[in-house]
Design a protein around this ligand. Sequence first.
Ligand SMILES: [Zn+2]
Length: 213
Amino acid sequence: MVAGLSVRKVECPVCSKPGLEIREVPYEVPGFGTMLIISMACPHCGFRHRDVLCLEFGEPKRYEFVVEGPEDLKARVIRSSSATIRIPELGVLIEPGPMAEGFISNVEGVLDRVERAAMMMLHFAEAPSQRARAHEVLAKIWDAKQGRLRFTLIIDDPLGNSLIAPEDKSRVKVRRLTEEEVRELKSGPFVPIDVRWARATGQAEGGSERGEG
Ligand SMILES: [Zn+2]
């Protein structure tokens, strides 16, 4: 039994049958707050989703962290399904697609994901210019993974469920996203709000403040 694990069953938002199992485990990020790791699975239609939810914040936020060397690759990264990841120096932009899921990893883990995406890009590249571009990105990613390239990791989350948590908290820049910035972001997969926020209601401050129109 995992400490703090709670399991409950609700009506599945996809097939409407009762029995969608939601498992939640609290996850403490020292100096930053408590996250909730959530996984849901429906035995009837196969709907599954994994995500992270921040109980403390819940407002649109940008986290920005400059990676200076190998030690910084260990900084904790919590990315929810609604977050957009950018690494300007590598030309990387990862937007939340319809199947996006949350994960808890570190800066190196983010680079691993970027590397896999670049390998796919190389695999499917047809034009020589596309192949050259993929090789160039891969070379930079490998430098970054060795801690030889200084780069900036930026995570924008309109729901405020993501974090970059280096040991020295003062090195991460955190600010609220403007309404215009929030409008520019992709919102991620459709996960019914009532399921997603059921547990956090009354605990999260504010909730989503995505601008309309
Ligand atoms: Zn279902």
